[in-house]
Design a protein around this ligand. Structure first.
Ligand code: ATP
Length: 337
């Protein structure tokens, strides 16, 4: 609930996030899935160079930010797997803003951050990154900083590779280590069925390190050999399918290099993927990010519901979480304004 004033939140980079006045804001941070994830090689900074097509889906965490009245940053999250201390990505986002905008911090003080988790944790759905993006956007509003989404992307990139995408969301091509985000035409009216064993999580650093151990010989070696690196990137057909808005084409081109290490390590995830794929309504099936969430694409809510029903009856396991999430064209959004 915004107590005083009004806010306008825009996705386009040339709009200002403009605010009249508020001292508390509630934001929704959507999950993302990777329609495409290709590992190109190593970067001089030690990260992997990636080509990813990201898609926001409407399964959201709720982040409430309010002024603390002191210089403290306090964070509350009741999820047992999410830290409430300075290691939480949302806390780190608030800390970054306090460092970068020390005058505003001195004037307005710190924050209370409350995170209500709906996105499964350690799932390859960028839950933590979305929470951090929400804090950047929220503080921009509370402190009336007038930052553009380009400014917010630059700040977000200091915190983590997926966070710039989470700020603006929608459908986008992410390159570099994932922090260079180019918006694509919004993919409208489709649905993702997300499936994850609740007790299973995969560490993103583990997935990338294991991939490096097994596939390093395929990496493009020369950091400066732009032509060689460009010839390795195969995301073009997916980008074209997105501009054509064709779900069959998009589904046929789903790709994720990290499946090569995560699926052999977790046969249950492989089985889950195969079960989703057996459903006639599933247009395409893939693991998201570093997993272990797998998703199926569907043309309608009723098709998505049919997929859920089929998977529930094929794999009757209380540990299996299933969610239907429509594609979303927005990143962080303000609610209760
Ligand atoms: P990504 O897709 O960006 O790799 P993920 O979806 O695989 O992320 P997260 O849910 O972001 O994974 O959580 C990864 C780890 O980060 C968890 O083990 C958790 O303890 C820690 N973490 C720190 N801050 C948060 C947060 N705000 N929400 C969730 N997890 C967080």
């Amino acid at each position: 609930m915004i107590r005083y004033g009004a806010a306008l939140l825009c996705r386009q980079s040339d709009f200002l996030y403009c605010v009249i006045f508020m001292d508390r804001c509630v934001l929704l941070a959507p999950a993302k899935i990777n329609l495409y994830l290709e590992i190109i090689g190593d970067r001089p900074d030690g990260y992997h160079e990636l080509a990813m097509v990201m898609q926001s889906v409407d399964l959201c965490d709720r982040v409430t930010l309010s002024r603390a009245g002191t210089q403290d940053i306090r964070l509350k999250c009741e999820h047992p797997l999410v830290p409430s201390d300075e290691t939480n990505l949302a806390y780190r986002a608030a800390e970054l803003m306090c460092q970068e905008f020390s005058d505003a911090y001195a004037r307005f003080g710190g924050f209370k951050i409350k995170i209500e988790k709906n996105i499964p944790v350690g799932a390859g759905l960028a839950g933590g990154s979305g929470n951090a993006a929400a804090v950047l956007v929220g503080i921009n509003m509370l402190w009336k900083l007038g930052l553009t989404s380009i400014d917010l992307h630059l700040l977000a990139a200091k915190l983590g590779s997926d966070i710039p995408f989470c700020v603006s969301g929608g459908t986008a091509l992410a390159t570099g280590r994932g922090e260079q985000v180019a918006p694509l035409k919004d993919v409208q009216n489709y649905y993702a069925v997300l499936a994850k064993y609740q007790s299973l999580s995969v560490s993103t650093p583990w997935a990338y390190q294991t991939y490096r151990k097994q596939f390093e010989s395929t990496y493009v070696r020369e950091a400066d050999d732009l032509a060689a690196r460009q010839s390795r990137v195969h995301s073009g057909p997916m980008v074209k399918a997105i501009s054509n808005q064709r779900l069959e084409q998009i589904s046929a081109l789903l790709y994720n290099d990290l499946e090569k290490v995560v699926l052999p390590e977790h046969p249950k995830v492989q089985e889950l993927k195969e079960t989703l794929a057996r459903s006639p309504q599933a247009k395409g099936v893939m693991m998201s990010g570093s997993g272990p969430t797998v998703f199926a694409l569907a043309e309608s809510q009723s098709d998505a519901d049919e997929i859920v029903k089929a998977v529930r009856s094929a794999l009757p396991d209380d540990d299996l979480g299933l969610w239907v999430a429509p594609f979303s064209s927005t990143g962080i959004r303000l609610v209760e304004a």
